[in-house]
Design a protein around this ligand. Structure first.
Ligand code: MRU
Length: 365
């Protein structure tokens, strides 16, 4: 995607060729565009834990590079790499892309005959993981475009109004995004689209990140407070909901940012199609019951009690609640498959049930 006229991915190898990687520090957006070099696996783990990088695909790609950095800094030492892999996986529990990417690295490196080969394989695998993520998101854009085109053709005029929650944009992946890829593709194809952007408390990924990246790409959008979606749907102001996911079971239960379930309920009550866009790396093929089996990250209470924003040229936190009030911070919720109209994947669209999912991904049957 382009930022200030220059094409960026969200993670890339630093130009000196030494193996360090660079990320965009998402904690500083939208106020400042700052990049950050990650030279060690510890720095990669910290970037994921502190949410300088976040979103399912990007934490997978960062963790994969984290393993490569561990290989580099230890001269290919397998014990060091195994410990680094463990601490990378422990950074955030819900997005399955993270463990998936680390396991892929460990499997690929198990073929290495020498330490040098181990390092080379780790970087090759990290590059493939990142390239694949970008390519799959691009394909999701193509399939979702057809869906938006059909909705546009059925409308009497005006833009296709799409509601999205959190940030499943290019910032959440290596490029393009999952939920945003069809939106960018439709906008680029000349189909008028307008996006309702849920603010997404407590960390405001919608307000800070989705609004920023849609603005960079010139996509018309309106920021709304989290509880607005139901009202908009009741008044015919939403044609389609597209969200992302951090982990989806083989039966179609969807874990996504907290509040997604309520949007799905409102969509069902108002007959609004509710789609989930995901690369296959966000399916957890081992799970069948999302509510019981998907681990839900709980984060610090201060994220709920304080709001962070830009004041006098710097990031500032303000206290919203009584200082002594206890707060709970569940990061994700699970939308049962029965509330999902369909999935948009890199291989095409399908219904939210096991048979339909497996018809696109028969290798997991
Ligand atoms: O906590 P985050 O910001 O890493 O959460 C991830 C998300 O941005 C959302 O849940 C998103 O909709 C799915 S990730 C592609």
């Amino acid at each position: 995607m382009r930022v200030h006229g220059k094409a960026y991915r969200t993670i890339w190898e630093t130009e000196d060729g030494g193996g360090t990687v660079t990320i965009i520090d998402q904690c500083r957006l939208p106020h400042e565009f700052v990049t950050l070099d990650l030279a060690t696996s510890g720095e990669a783990a910290a970037a994921i834990r502190d949410m300088r990088v976040r979103g399912a695909g990007l934490i997978g790609a960062t963790a994969s590079y984290g393993v490569a950095l561990a290989a580099r800094e230890s001269g290919g030492n397998p014990d060091f790499i195994a410990r680094a892999a463990e601490s990378l996986v422990a950074t955030r529990p819900t997005a399955v892309n993270l463990a998936g990417a680390v396991n892929r690295q460990l499997e690929a490196m198990s073929d290495a005959a020498t330490a040098g080969e181990r390092i080379a394989i780790a970087y090759r695998t990290a590059r493939s993981t990142a390239d694949e993520d970008a390519d799959w998101c691009r394909r999701i854009g193509g399939h979702g475009l057809e869906l938006i085109r059909r909705i546009a053709a059925d409308k009497d005029g005006g833009p296709v109004n799409i509601l999205t929650h959190c940030n499943a944009g290019w910032l959440a992946f290596v490029d393009h995004g999952s939920a945003t890829a069809p939106i960018y593709a439709a906008h680029d194809a000349g189909i008028p689209v307008h996006v309702w952007v849920d603010e997404t408390r407590p960390r405001a990924q919608g307000a800070k990140l989705t609004a920023w990246e849609l603005g960079c790409h010139g996509v018309p959008h309106t920021l709304v407070a989290d509880n607005t979606g139901g009202h908009l749907m009741q008044h015919g102001m939403v044609d389609l909901v597209i969200v992302g996911t951090d982990r989806t079971t083989r039966t179609g239960d969807v874990a996504n940012k907290i509040g997604t379930y309520l949007k799905a309920l409102a969509a069902r009550d108002n007959g609004v199609p509710f789609y989930v866009a995901l690369p296959s790396s966000s399916f957890d093929w081992n799970l069948r019951d999302g509510l019981r089996e998907i681990p839900i990250e709980q984060r610090g209470a201060d994220e709920v009690k304080y709001a962070e924003g830009w004041h006098d040229g710097r990031l500032t936190e303000v206290l919203l609640a009584p200082a002594s009030t206890p707060a709970a911070n569940y990061g994700f919720d699970v939308t049962p498959a029965r509330l999902v109209t369909g999935f948009i994947t890199e291989r095409g669209c399908c219904a939210a049930d096991q048979a339909s999912i497996l018809s696109l991904f028969p290798e997991h049957a």
